[in-house]
Design a protein around this ligand. Structure first.
Ligand code: SER
Length: 436
């Protein structure tokens, strides 16, 4: 197998599906359009819900994309583990009432195993199907030729894809066995285990239901296909590296951070957490900014502000003193502009927005961190474990510390914050402002 780069893999996927009659569309914006159920686009299918439901005519009934996605559900784990990230790219081929299970399964297998395409070793791949989906099982067994003992049946938790409300359905995933060295060693370790050995690379969703978000399902007018493959995960497998932070495009950002901070990766566990966190967050920050999101105290803008300031603080932990985020954003742009020409077009704007926000925070970050350290000393002296709402508010209002950042810094040291008290302090300020 060749060690394709991330940009090559993206291009290979999209051109493969063009040969299967798909229309290649550019990634949709991270800002959902006419979809109040999502703050940010979190999967390839999300911007195409109206096509799945048959409410809107798609430009073609076969489409493929590489979609920018953000998921912040696991934000606490970022940097600490090898696989969590907020930003990722999802490759997908979609059928809107056109082909269904046979083609979707056959093409996923062809793309992954054919020597003309990715060329993964078929022996290392294990499909799974939804427990009662005999049709998908039979396709894997009879048409693709996978031995029965290598096809797994899993329940709703693993093999039924839904995200809140909207189009959903049973799915069939493909796992890649990365070898024993990545295993947890437990006797139960096998396909579906949570450890790093069996990595899910592809998800074929047979989108045939509409969920109301409360486990009530109705049949859609048409049967659809929604596939998703995390580009970074595919690259981990293809490039045979340990984590997503080691693939070519991510390593370039990681190296730049090390260069700016004058540190070396994998010499200090705490520093590695900061390096990985910044590597991930700067990607989200760059792409969110390119889509027109501006740092603010609400909604998407708050997510952006939180990620940016979090990255800035971890820069401090690495010993970086001046502004550095725009330099990293430039690396993100250089690494990804092949797939996202908007990055190059808006480069100047992106760097300016990031620098302005970082400058704002930089003016107060050191003072804020010093004040927070004093507050921690006070807590220790008084034997309290919780920072008062007024103090959290002071850090927010005067020093620009997003509440989550204060919470996180304190949690690292075993303290918590009085969230209710903070909300009250916030209300009081709003009321005062209104009265004025
Ligand atoms: N919607 C599915 C996922 O996000 C497949 O694209 O995994």
């Amino acid at each position: 197998m060749e060690k394709y780069g991330v940009n090559q893999l993206r291009e290979m996927f999209l051109s493969f599906f063009e040969t299967k009659g798909h229309l290649r569309l550019p990634s949709f914006s991270l800002i959902p359009q006419n979809d109040a159920s999502l703050l940010l686009i979190n999967s390839g299918m999300a911007p195409m819900k109206p096509y799945f439901k048959g409410e809107q005519e798609p430009p073609r009934h076969r489409v493929c994309t590489c979609q920018k996605c953000i998921r912040t559900g696991d934000i606490e784990n970022i940097g600490k583990t090898a696989r969590h990230g907020t930003y990722f790219e999802m490759l997908g081929n979609f059928s809107f009432g056109d082909y269904f299970k046979h083609e979707a399964i056959a093409w996923s297998w062809e793309f992954l195993t054919s020597p003309e395409w990715v060329g993964l070793e078929a022996d290392r791949l294990y499909p799974s199907v939804y427990e009662s989906d005999d049709e998908a099982w039979n396709i894997w067994h009879d048409e693709i030729g996978i031995p029965a003992e290598k096809i797994f049946r899993f329940g709703k938790e693993d093999n039924f894809w839904e995200h809140g409300s909207g189009p959903c359905g049973p799915c069939s995933e493909i796992y890649y066995d990365r070898g024993e060295k990545y295993g947890c060693g437990k006797p139960t370790c096998g396909v579906g285990c949570d450890c790093d050995r069996f990595m899910e690379v592809w998800n074929n969703v047979f989108t045939q239901f509409e969920s109301d978000g409360h486990h009530n399902y109705t049949e859609l007018k048409q049967k659809n296909i929604d596939t998703g493959m995390g580009l970074e995960r595919l690259a981990v497998v293809v490039q045979n590296v340990d984590t997503v932070f080691d693939i070519d495009t991510m390593k370039a950002i990681r190296d730049k951070i090390c260069e700016i901070a004058g540190v070396e990766y994998e010499t200090d566990a705490d520093k590695d957490v900061s390096i990985r966190l910044i590597t991930d967050h700067i990607r989200s920050v760059t792409f969110m900014t390119s889509d027109g999101i501006i740092p603010s105290n609400e909604g998407r803008g708050y997510v952006l502000r939180r990620l940016l300031r979090r990255a800035a603080r971890h820069g401090r932990l690495l010993g970086i003193e001046g502004l550095f985020l725009a330099k990293l954003a430039k690396t993100v742009i250089d690494e990804s502009k092949d797939g996202y020409p908007e990055l190059a077009e808006k480069e100047e704007y992106i760097l300016k927005v990031i620098t302005t926000e970082e400058e704002k925070f930089n003016k107060t970050i050191d003072q804020g961190l010093a004040i927070l350290a004093d507050m921690e000393d006070e807590l220790v002296k008084s034997g309290s474990k919780t920072l008062s709402g007024e103090n959290v508010f002071k850090l927010y209002d005067t020093y620009g510390f997003p509440v989550d950042l204060t919470t996180e810094i304190l949690e690292e040291k075993g303290f918590s914050v009085d969230e209710e008290g903070f909300k009250k302090a916030m209300e009081v300020q709003k009321q005062t402002a209104r009265n004025a």
